[in-house]
Design a protein around this ligand. Structure first.
Ligand SMILES: [Zn+2]
Ligand SMILES: [Zn+2]
Length: 95
């Protein structure tokens, strides 16, 4: 079971939800990514475990908003003003 956290910018009050970097859940591994196309930040599944044949599939990270694969690992900077965002608590649990 993994968690996503709320991150808030100290400057412009922008709040986003992203997982802790490189966390592993029961059946998948996610990474917080930033989209170079639409600047959205979100969790992208990078590894998915297939139960029936016990195989792990490596997935290309992509943007949840626009579907672009032009994404980079999120550096914890605010998408609006580039200020460092701070973790303000757990948003949700996933598995
Ligand atoms: Zn900001
Ligand atoms: Zn995007």
């Amino acid at each position: 079971m993994g968690t996503s956290n709320y991150y808030k910018c100290g400057k412009c009050e922008e709040t986003i939800t992203a997982s802790l970097i490189d966390i592993t859940g029961m059946s998948s591994k996610v990474m917080a990514v930033k989209c170079n196309e639409c600047k959205a930040i979100g969790d992208s599944t990078i590894e998915q475990h297939i139960d029936w044949n016990d195989e792990t599939v490596i997935l290309t990270p992509s943007c949840n908003e626009c579907g672009s694969t032009n994404v980079v690992k999120w550096d914890k900077k605010c998408p609006k003003c580039e200020d460092k965002m701070s973790n303000i608590g757990i948003a949700l649990l996933w598995d």
